[in-house]
Design a protein around this ligand. Sequence first.
Ligand code: 4AD
Ligand code: MG
Length: 435
Amino acid sequence: MTDTAPVATVERLAQFAGQTVTLRGWIYHKSSKGKLHFVQLRDGTGTVQCVVFKKNVPEELFEAIGASGQESSLSLVGEVVADERAPGGYEIQVRSGEVLQAAEEYPISPKEHGADFLLSRRHLWLRSRRQWAIMRIRDAVVTALRGFFAERDFLCIDSPMFTPNACEGTSTLFEVDYFDRHAFLTQSGQLYAEASAMAFGKVYCFGPTFRAEKSKTRRHLTEFWMLEPEVAFADLNDVMQLAEDMMVYTVGQVLERRRTELEVLERDVSKLEAIQGPFPRITYDEAAKILVEHPESEFKPGDDFGAPDETILSESYDRPLMITHYPVGVKAFYMKRDPEQPDKALCVDVLGTEGVGELIGGSQREDDLDLLLERIQEHDLPKEAFEWYLDLRRYGSVPHGGFGLGLERMVGWIAGVEHVRECIPYPRTIYRIEP
Ligand code: 4AD
Ligand code: MG
């Protein structure tokens, strides 16, 4: 019987209703009452209650399950029975099976643990229900994003991780030995994405990016994933519309595909259902005015917005807020200046709802060779290292733009998870590189 029952997964149990199947997984929780064990079996795709009646199974199996602790691995064969009271709607009436390895004293018990304890055991913590839900939402976000761009004929062209120069300022660069010279880990794939856009039109890159962030906040990682579309013949408005459409689509896909996970996280889905276009759009100057008049803000005109400022600004909206036209002094060298007000950049930051702050940063790029050279000088950047980038303005320069979406911040926002360290499988932060 063990050999013939088809292998099922918890998320696909409905397809096997009434049949006998093999399920393989780990004991998430177990309770025993005399002649009965209730095993919450976790198989990675979900958990299901397996009922092990002493009279229904071989004696050794009943004893072995009785002696197995949390996270013991096992293979069980049983009938898939519909049960309204069961979460997910099914339970398993076990007939046979085997314990593959009996675990003892699993360190993460269902009781509360501190963040540091859990982060040190991230390799095991990933098995818990909350982390399961977050990682599955992350997966759905990635799938949605890739699908969104594929549907719109964007080409995925990835940028390198080792780079000879800085993209987002020199203060957060990780320097590494590169044979007989130095290199940096990339802060953003953008500059290469611009080259790719001139070769392929509409592109995106999606990969890990690195920042030596000294800040220890709930939204900074030293290694995070960024998705960066870059579009030839696009202006700031095109870039903003693309970001809006992408966000609406992605939230919609998570609502469609990850209901159970959102429930596990007790996410208020009405907040997600409200994410529809058009998003409100205001300028930096308008935002500055709101902050200056706000009693709790320490903002000074001309400064960049701090995290508390972003929270104040986004609080009055139930949709993401797009803020444009920041002063050039607080933004990167590659941003195009607004011809109508040259002290402002043609840029946009997108702030999530519920006070989560910046999720996306983007802009139209400086496409004029001489102006770009000026910017490189003003920012004290080594011209030689940017010669290849300047070529893009020498050979068929066109208006273009794009943005970067921080994946972990997007996942945290959608999942309602406060800290980005729970939104990446193995977080790297200023104090942590293990496990
Ligand atoms: O605003 P940033 O720095 O923009 C860029 O890097 C541009 N080159 C992107 C582009 O136009 N192609 O970063 C983009 C996004 C932020 O909005 C934020 O979501 C995320 O990346 N981000 C971080 N996420 C986690 N930890 C950090 N340390 C982050 N720094 C930025
Ligand atoms: Mg930014």
